[in-house]
Design a protein around this ligand. Structure first.
Ligand code: FES
Ligand code: FES
Length: 137
């Protein structure tokens, strides 16, 4: 199976690899695993407390090229967004942008789950009880 140029680009030049301090009040951390293959993705957002906008994002992905490309893409997409806008990112948007084949769709689902988990973690830190209840999966 051939990877698309965009997957290869993000795989070879991943954006925003790394991490933030999990304990930082402005940081939300999402850690998710794919049951299908055992790959793991950690995605973190950093929120500007003054504006409520996501000002930065980082990821670490132990997984396939599509999972790395999906998480790299998502860290780019969330910058400048509100938390609610970040939650609107769908795996189908990611899969479409990267032209993922059907067997690699779960890699984009991992990225959607990771951003949702990061937003939930941030909200839970800031006393959003509903988010707290929904954050464990
Ligand atoms: Fe091996 Fe994803 S299944 S890296
Ligand atoms: Fe499992 Fe890509 S995340 S193969």
């Amino acid at each position: 199976m051939a990877y698309s140029d965009k997957v290869i680009d993000h795989y070879e030049n991943p954006r925003n690899v790394g991490g933030f301090d999990k304990g930082d009040a402005d940081v939300g951390t999402g850690m998710v695993g794919a049951p299908a293959c055992g790959d793991v993705m950690k995605l973190q957002i950093k929120v500007n407390p003054a504006t409520g906008l996501i000002e930065d994002a980082r990821f670490k992905t132990y997984g396939c090229g599509s999972a790395i490309a999906s998480s790299s893409l998502v860290t780019e997409w969330v910058k400048g967004k509100t938390l609610d806008q970040a939650l609107e990112i769908k795996n189908t948007n990611i899969a479409e942008e990267l032209a993922l084949p059907p067997v690699k769709i779960h890699c984009s689902i991992l990225a959607e789950d990771a951003i949702k988990a990061a937003v939930s973690d941030y909200k839970a830190k800031h006393g959003d009880v509903a988010a707290q209840a929904g954050s464990t999966q």
